[in-house]
Design a protein around this ligand. Sequence first.
Ligand SMILES: [Zn+2]
Length: 454
Amino acid sequence: MSFSKVPEKNDYVNQHHCVAIESDWLVPIESPPIHGGWLVVERGRVAFVGNELPTKFTSIPKVRLADTAILPGLVNSHCHLEFSDLIEPIPVGSSFPSWIRSVIDRRKSIDVDSLRLAEARQAALSKGIVESYVAGVRWVVDMTTQPWSSGWIDSAVDDLSTATPSVLGGMPQPQIVVQPCFELIDISQTRCEQTFGFAKSQCAGANSNSRGRGGLAPHATYTASPRLTQRCVNTSDQEQRLVSMHLAESVEEMEWISTHSGPFSELLSPILGEDYFKSLGSVEQHLKFLSQAWRALIVHGNYLSVRDLAILSQHAASMALVHCPRTHGYFGHAHETSTRYPLAERMLAGVRHLLGTDSRASNPDLNLWSEAQAVRANHPGIASQQILRMVTTDAAKFLAIDDRYGDLSVGGPANLTAIQCLTCPNVGSSYGELYDAILSTKTRACPLESLLVA
Ligand SMILES: [Zn+2]
């Protein structure tokens, strides 16, 4: 069998609707890695994965990718694409609420007129979508606020072809899916009705190839009451919608919830409605409602108690905790014995973990692969295969999208992620060493089709 390192006759390749790719490693993650295996992509879908190329494919165009491992597509479980135009994170300031104040002030500085805000928002979303795609992310769960338009997402994804021109015949067109979770806030009755009305109207809209099923996002314990969370959970349960909520992120949040005082007081007091304090609830109350959702992403959860974590582990099929490693480091959160997030301990206790980038307001970029690499660097006790699951197969399974994403098997769309600059371990070495090498700091992630341009 013969193949060339790059296709010699591009016309010939493009005439075909399929291509056979030989890679150093094919890494489905849930089954053993394949060394020097073949991946056949036909009309955008995976037609074969295995060691030996079947004879029926021997006459199709072939490409060899050196120093590369092909993985299921990356899934970013938490992001705020609206801040993707920031060049650098917003300074932390004296406390977590002072950072939120700076975020709100920045939003207000753009909001000189609604047209400018809409333009700026669309541009930021578009920038975030391109940045995520280029870093190999194939699915992103986004916390979405107004202004927002489904058409902005569709056109930003359509425009991705300019980031990856003329992919080889057979490969899918550049693709990423944004799953919006519409933010809900009830610090006052007006905000409650406004945000719920927006979420309801957007969820009623049809999905598209570039947009996943709309979800609901009661914002946080200090901006959403348990009653609002329950309302979201009822909808989630009836309509099988994702719920995503920030919970127990900072010490200031915990202080505000338990004593109604501290740095959050200054931020929230001027904007609270009459009934706010009556409807304020504990983290545990929110979690008990969230445990009844179809699927609930609990974002950050840095300061969850042992009782709270027990709720998560008891409902691991429908509740996942999203850890955002570099954002955690940015705020310098401290835990009982160290500043390191207690990931291994919580995983051992049965809490399902996924990974997210959060936004550029607290992270230098939207590179999910860097988050996975950060976990490997900071948590040597956690197997690299387990870390890879958090950003691929397990995330896809949890979000119930594994029939299309986060999977490397025959039948699914070839929206896959390539890991480059891999110094491949010997064939005889253990798979553990391979997973470690894949997650080393020297590798980078990209969409597979970006390596297969005509
Ligand atoms: Zn967030």
